[in-house]
Design a binder for this molecule. Structure first.
Ligand SMILES: N[C@@H](CCC(=O)N[C@@H](CS)C(=O)NCC(=O)O)C(=O)O
Length: 208
């Protein structure tokens, strides 16, 4: 996993909700060899089951983790929440991608790993300094989506009133968005974010 990765956080969140131990290994961004050795290709997250079999799809990993013992993600799912998650990723990326390297995260612990990340993300998102310089514009673009989410949240401890896969879709995206200094969550979004992070026992990432 990478510490900054929201897909990885889906799996970590599912394990935490179940109070299951998940052995977490952070790889350096340039350590493709480890990923290829486990999964046959460069991909994150990878869940290696106790039998040694690797899983490569985060939502399959969530289902697998939830199937151990009594399931907790039993609440209803709403199409609006999945649609919200799908569309918001494009709006958070320009804000978050250029900030992750500033957070002192373990996947960027060497100069080579950090530069590897910057080079590959610069290809899809553009220059990081320019992205950060346009923070206000990107926040403005994201706020209507956060207001929409505010209207969709049913309770602070489960987006649809009872824990479901929709919580797994949304909380990791909020954890990522929360790294942006100057981005204020609407009140129900903030309450949901704080309650859920508390429920799973994770501190938010640093804010820059
Ligand atoms: N369907 C996969 C998608 C995985 C995925 O897109 N992972 C990205 C990281 S967020 C990745 O592996 N990128 C390759 C890289 O980091 O070089 C899942 O949900 O687990």
């Amino acid at each position: 996993m990478f510490e900054h990765c929201s897909l990885c956080f889906r799996v970590r969140m599912a394990a935490a909700l179940k109070r299951l131990h998940l052995q977490e290994t952070v790889v350096l961004d340039d350590d493709s060899d480890t990923m290829i050795g486990l999964a046959g290709k460069r991909v994150i997250p990878i869940l290696v089951k106790n039998c040694g079999h690797p899983m490569l799809e985060s939502m399959d990993m969530v289902s697998y983790v939830d199937s151990i013992g009594r399931p907790v993600l039993t609440g209803p799912e709403r199409g609006e929440i999945a649609a919200w998650s799908d569309k918001v990723v494009a709006k958070t990326g320009p804000l978050t991608m250029a900030r992750y390297p500033l957070l002192g995260l373990p996947e960027f612990a060497t100069a080579a790993a950090l530069d590897h990340y910057i080079l590959r993300k610069r290809k899809s998102f553009g220059d990081f300094v320019e992205l950060r310089a346009n923070t206000r514009r990107y926040i403005k673009g994201l706020m209507p989506d956060l207001e929409e989410l505010d209207r969709l949240i049913e309770t602070p401890s489960a987006i649809n009133g009872k824990l479901s896969r929709d919580d797994i879709r949304v909380l990791p995206l909020l954890r990522s968005a929360a790294v942006v200094k100057g981005l204020t969550f609407p009140s129900k979004v903030r309450a949901y974010f704080e309650t859920m992070m508390d429920q799973i026992g994770f501190q938010p990432l640093p804010v820059v």
